[in-house]
Design a protein around this ligand. Structure first.
Ligand code: HEM
Length: 548
């Protein structure tokens, strides 16, 4: 055995022994500030892996404490959790106060913070933000270990303010915030309707009609410069109308000349809800002791959203009871399944409404923005549409639209550049070795999606918009890197349940918009910020010029 490898094994033993000082990892993560132990060597295997993985630390000589001679028991090359590098923080609050400094990191730019920290600390780092402890992983190969180890009831960082609100109001937790058996029961029921391709595809004709109406509306509301004032609000209306066809199988009237006051109120409150949620998620949860100003704002918006959502659900249920002409397969199915009571059904339906509108609006905004800024890609997409229409000999059916590779690549590439869910995460059920460190069960581990998507070692010219990279005919990509595009929807048993609906809505609307308009952008670049999901920092003003 080489001297270097022996030293590595010894180092490992010393460090693993120090693990005994850590709290029981069952559901607890160390609260003590970490010490920098970057001088400790990585194993021989790591050194070999460093040749293939761009994130691996290079081998360094051991300069730590004197070494024990007992080499027999511990796993080779795995360092303890306490050695995971990361930013230095204060006891109890970690780095939280840095986020309140004028020139400190910003919650609204957490994706940038994670990217910078991964450049500083490598493929894995640890950070304590108030009472939130997290391990951030920036290597797709290392995060895959977590995906492979996922159990039956995956848990991610709960949206505590939402759970707190729902519990205070005596509501069901809903899919997003429920955990364990409670989550599993709901998920098993709902996924049968929402994740099956043929189920979702059966709503495509109605969604296509909504997309057509949206194009007509965009044309009608263009100003003298051909820009659409308040494009974000228009997209909100389309997204709400579109999900309405699935949830209630009726038109909500959002795209009419005079959207109803209910629609208007829903949209305004939804925006306020997500804006208030972002700081509440990361600040100390003082709102659990007394209702802070931000929490009261959040609570006000939540009340309104639930009032409107419940109103829509109750109205629909009453109509269905009165007349067989009124139907909603989704609601009937949930109620008929027998596994959910009416409170849970309403809770899930309202959650779908809120979950669907903000996400799809933001993602579609970024798609229109990237297309407007990239005429070459836009032209290619237009050509694909024209050719498909010529082949079809007329209008494209929703099934034909769902198959257009370039349209899909545009969406993937946009969400790579602007990952609206900039990170995906889990609390791990069992101890797990990640990037050479032993991460205890109960730790929160997240994938630094934005950092990976913008890493030049993973993506050729990451700041450029190149949809071709996702095409079969495109550049060869490592399969693990390629699969990163899926992570925007999360992973495993708990991945986004609205994915198929979202993709269908977006493919339909983008195809119809690009077929009708040439998009262009004539202003300063917008910047991404987090309002829970990643949105542009100001309204996006795109020119929609009708094609001849
Ligand atoms: C571009 C649009 C969207 C993106 C990028 C997105 C992304 C995500 C992600 C990353 C998660 C967490 C998954 C995980 O932890 O593995 C999630 C969960 C969820 N999403 Fe979406 N989503 C989108 C649209 C939608 C739509 C349209 C709906 C509803 C129709 C929806 C409903 C949900 C629900 C209910 C969950 C919680 C699922 C669970 O915990 O079982 N999402 N979404």
């Amino acid at each position: 055995m080489s001297a270097l490898r022996k030293a590595s094994l010894r180092a490992c033993n010393v460090l693993t022994a120090s693990n005994s000082r850590m709290p029981n990892p069952a559901r607890v993560v160390s609260t003590s500030p970490r010490k920098d132990q970057s001088a400790v060597t990585l194993s021989f295997e790591d050194a070999v892996a460093a040749k293939t993985c761009p994130f691996r630390k290079p081998l360094e000589p051991y300069t730590g404490a004197p070494l024990s001679d007992d080499l027999s028991t511990e796993p080779v090359g795995v360092q303890p959790f306490s050695s995971v590098p990361g930013p230095q923080g204060l006891p109890f609050v970690g780095t939280l106060f840095q986020y309140f400094k004028k020139d400190g990191p910003k919650f609204s730019k957490l994706f940038e913070v994670q990217k910078q920290r991964s450049e500083e600390f490598g493929p894995i780092y640890y950070e304590q933000l108030g009472n939130f402890h997290t391990v951030v992983v920036s290597s797709p190969w290392e995060y895959n270990k977590l995906i492979r180890a996922e159990g039956k009831f995956p848990n991610r960082k709960p949206m505590d303010p939402i759970s707190h609100y729902r519990l205070e109001r005596g509501m069901g937790l809903g899919l997003v915030t429920a955990q364990g058996e409670e989550w599993y029961k709901q998920r098993t029921v709902v996924s049968k309707k929402m994740l099956k391709l043929n189920e979702v595809a059966s709503f495509a004709p109605e969604m296509a009609q909504v997309a057509d109406d949206f194009v007509t509306r965009l044309d009608a509301v263009r100003d003298a410069e051909s820009e659409v004032p308040h494009l974000d609000k228009e997209l909100f209306k389309w997204a709400m109308e579109s999900i309405g066809t699935f949830l209630f199988e009726e038109r909500l009237g959002c795209l009419g000349k005079q959207p109803t006051s209910v629609t208007q109120s829903f949209i305004e409150n939804l925006e306020g809800f997500f804006k208030a949620l972002q700081p509440l998620m990361y600040n100390l949860p003082i709102y659990k002791l007394f209702h802070t100003k931000t929490y009261k704002t959040f609570e006000g918006h939540s009340d309104k959203l639930f009032e409107i959502g419940h109103g829509l659900v109750e109205k629909k249920i009453a109509e269905m009871e009165k007349s067989s002409d009124s139907k909603s397969e989704f609601l009937s199915y949930l109620m008929g399944d027998g596994n959910m009571n009416s409170k849970e059904v309403a809770s899930v339906a309202v959650e779908m409404l809120t979950g669907a509108v903000e996400t799809v609006t933001s993602a579609t905004t970024w798609c229109l923005y990237t297309l407007a800024k990239n005429p070459r890609a836009q032209q290619k997409m237009y050509q694909e549409i024209r050719e498909a229409k010529d082949q079809a000999g007329g209008e494209l059916s929703p099934e034909q639209i769902a198959k257009m590779p370039y349209v899909k690549a545009v969406v993937k590439e946009t969400l790579r550049k602007y990952p609206i869910t900039y990170s995906t995460s889990r609390y791990i059920d069992n101890d797990l070795e990640i990037a050479g460190y032993q991460i205890p069960a109960g730790s929160h581990v997240q994938a630094n999606l934005y950092g990976m998507y913008h890493n030049a070692d993973l993506f050729y010219q990451p700041e450029e918009f190149i949809p071709e990279r996702w095409l079969k005919s495109g550049q060869q990509m490592d399969p693990v890197v390629k699969s990163l595009s899926q992570l925007i929807w999360g992973h495993g048993a708990r991945m986004c349940i609205g994915r198929r609906i979202a993709e269908q809505e977006m493919h339909l609307a983008l195809t119809k918009i690009v077929e009708k308009f040439s998009l262009s952008y004539h202003h300063d670049d917008v910047e991404p910020v987090l309002n829970t999901v990643m949105t542009p920092d100001r309204p996006v003003r795109i020119c929609f010029t009708p094609r001849e």
